[in-house]
Design a protein around this ligand. Structure first.
Ligand code: 6GU
Length: 245
């Protein structure tokens, strides 16, 4: 899968994604990240890509034409029209399901805006998906694009090893992660929960499931609405709700 990022800050995106799991996946050729500098498509002698807003007001607006020509160049070799994500606080809020859906694409294009926005007409022409990463305002689309690329890449087959596999992590079964411990066995008078030292795999699995449920109820109770619990988990949840039964 190839992520194409249209941005005014290509170094920022490249630097941020070449580490750890994504760096390994890129070296293995499973994913690619290609950045293009929108400024290279300016026809202005000063390489300007922004201009004053019609109707007045503060700030500058990114002009349609450099973005359109950047996009046309980027997609000229593609046989199929790619999905194009515009990062914006007014988009649909990104989640794990969207990460899985996007991971099925062969090519995915991100348009990172800056200044006060982007000329609406180029958005109408090229954008297929408007996406936000949460209800707060950032200075540009680069950090959100990097967040999305990390989450999407992890869902591409072959990126995670079996050991790293997302299946047991937060959100994959709809519950939050259970607590983890490593050596030493006692740290500042705090022992590791006994069951984890027992070597009893079924008991450990049950303990982890119960701690996932506890944590989800404590931190994100609204997630509980959408989880499908197996028999044992459902029974544990009922035992919490009806402690006398
Ligand atoms: Cl996608 N862009 C910007 N500029 N700010 C954001 C965002 C996106 N998502 C949350 N805040």
């Amino acid at each position: 899968m190839v992520f194409h990022v249209m941005t005014l800050f290509p170094e920022m995106v490249e630097q941020g994604l070449h580490t750890s799991i994504l760096g390994r996946a890129m070296d293995a050729g499973i994913i690619g990240v290609k950045t293009v500098n929108i400024r290279d498509y300016s026809e202005d002698k000063h390489r300007h890509v922004d201009d004053y807003p019609y109707g007045g007001g503060a700030g500058m607006v990114m002009a349609a034409d450099p973005i359109a020509r950047c996009f046309e160049d980027l997609t000229s070799g593609m046989t199929k029209k790619p999905r194009v994500v515009y990062l914006t606080p007014w988009g649909k809020v990104f989640n794990q399901q969207m990460a899985k859906d996007f991971a099925a694409e062969e090519d995915l294009v991100f348009l990172c805006g800056h200044y006060e926005g982007v000329d609406e007409r180029v958005l109408e022409e090229i954008v297929t998906d408007y996406v936000s990463i949460g209800d707060y305002v950032l200075s540009g689309g680069e950090l959100p694009a990097m967040v999305m690329i990390d989450a999407i890449a992890r869902m591409v087959p072959g990126v995670l090893t079996n050991e790293e596999s997302g299946e047991t992590e937060s959100f994959m079964n709809g519950l939050l992660e259970y607590p983890q411990y490593t050596r030493p066995e006692v740290w500042r008078d705090r022992p590791v929960p006994e069951v984890l030292l027992s070597g009893h795999h079924a008991k450990i699995a049950e303990w982890r499931m119960q701690r996932s449920i506890d944590r989800t109820l404590a931190f994100r109770p609204e997630l509980m609405e959408n989880v499908e619990l197996d028999k044992k988990s459902a029974k544990y949840l009922r035992s919490l709700q009806n402690p006398t039964e």
